[in-house]
Design a protein around this ligand. Structure first.
Ligand code: PLP
Length: 382
């Protein structure tokens, strides 16, 4: 679902996201200046909830010539939207999709001899090499050829006529933590492998290692390119990582007050009556629920008329209730902010993540596709 909205249609919705593409573009330029190398915006998971096609189109206009995605399906959506830049699929791609990748000029990740051989068979059958980046496991314990075989793996790929090796990369496990030892050790191992494989600074291969945290905290991890996801969208990877000045969140999440009632004392509210009124209470209903990505965790808060009010009772799929005794003037139609600013007050995705005991990444990736996405300040970009 890709909703493109104008201000005229905003009144039509119960809950929606407002996305500031100017901020995404600005964040990209700040990261370019900070990193001093190529910046690959990582736009997997619907551009971290911001809308894959619109975010990528703006970033491409701003000069991005690489995009990172997790799945080939995401790469195909980008090509379908007319994105011409290079695309690297960071995760697994089935060998059966290799012909599609070749046809659409999508670069795949190889991390294993068996997978590489299967890709070779596929590209050999259509006599066109598949572009790949080799991924090395320098300590993350996820995808990547193990250290001991990585030099041999790089040579194997370089010698294959059915494979065009374009880049070599690794991924950090702990770049967002205050303790730098693990990342420095991973970096050292990565440099060692590049050395042993005879890959110099002048090599035409693209060497990359850093995610947002690695980019900001480890200048020597920047190499030829950095893979920034969360920072492009204006959020910090963790408490331990400070964002450069000027990087700002690009997304707000809003809903409306759709009912206001005064309930008598002892009245249950929502499924399971987890909340029962103590006295006569003003209870509002807002048009957002777990079907949109608002978790059932008790104690959520939202902003109404610039004031933080508590969500009470169980969150339902499409609605939840708020306690309005502190807001006697609140009325049906009032705008409610779940993420964003209102009259000087603000709630961030990170605030919500702290309350849910998770990370801001999971909060924004959980923003349901059914919610309309409204793009602010289009600046003439369609
Ligand atoms: C998701 C991902 C990134 C981006 O990470 P951020 O922390 O959002 O910057 C970079 N590289 C790989 C391999 C990834 O999977």
């Amino acid at each position: 679902m890709a909703f493109i909205l104008t201000a005229m249609t905003l009144d039509n919705f119960g809950t929606w996201l407002e996305i500031d593409l100017d901020r995404i573009e600005k964040n990209f330029h700040i990261l370019e200046r900070t990193a001093g190398c190529k910046v690959m915006p990582v736009v997997k998971a619907n551009a971290y909830g911001h809308g894959l096609e619109k975010a990528a189109a703006r970033l491409e206009t701003a000069g991005a010539n690489w995009f990172g995605v997790a799945r080939i399906e995401e790469a195909m959506l980008l090509r379908g939207a007319g994105i011409k830049a290079n695309i690297l699929v960071l995760g697994y791609t089935s060998p059966t999709r290799v012909p599609h990748a070749i046809k659409e000029n999508v670069t795949l990740t190889v991390y294993d001899f068996d997978v590489a051989r299967q890709y070779q068979e596929q590209s050999d059958a259509i006599s066109t090499p598949v572009k790949v980046h080799a991924k090395i496991d320098t300590g993350m314990g996820r995808l990547g050829i193990q250290m001991e075989r990585s030099v041999e793996f790089i040579r194997y790929l370089q010698e294959s006529s059915c494979i065009q090796l374009e880049g070599i990369f690794t991924h950090f496990a702990c770049a967002d933590e205050p303790d730098a030892d693990t990342t420095n050790q991973q970096l050292e191992r990565f440099n060692q492998i590049l050395d042993q494989a005879g890959i110099s600074d002048r090599s035409s291969l693209l060497i990359h290692a850093a995610n947002s945290a690695g980019t900001l905290e480890f200048p020597s991890a920047r190499f030829d390119l950095v893979r920034t996801g969360i920072a492009i969208f204006g959020l910090s990877p963790s408490r331990a990582v400070a964002l450069p000045a000027g990087i700002l969140p690009a997304l707000s999440w809003k809903t409306r007050l759709i009912s206001v009632k005064t309930l008598p004392p002892g009245h249950g509210v929502s499924y399971g009556f987890k909340y029962i009124t103590q006295k006569e209470e003003r209870i509002g209903v807002i048009a957002v629920g777990y079907g949109d990505g608002l978790r059932r965790t008790p104690g959520n808060h939202v902003l109404i008329r610039g004031k933080k009010v508590e969500v009470i009772g169980n969150v339902c799929m499409d609605q939840c209730m708020v306690q309005l005794d502190s807001l006697p003037d609140a009325q049906i139609g009032d705008e409610v902010v779940i993420i964003g600013d209102q009259n000087g007050a603000s709630i961030s995705a990170t605030d919500i993540a702290n309350h849910w005991q998770t990370i801001n990444y999971e909060v924004i990736c959980g923003l349901a596709s059914r919610m309309p996405r409204y793009y602010l300040k289009l600046n003439g970009h369609a």
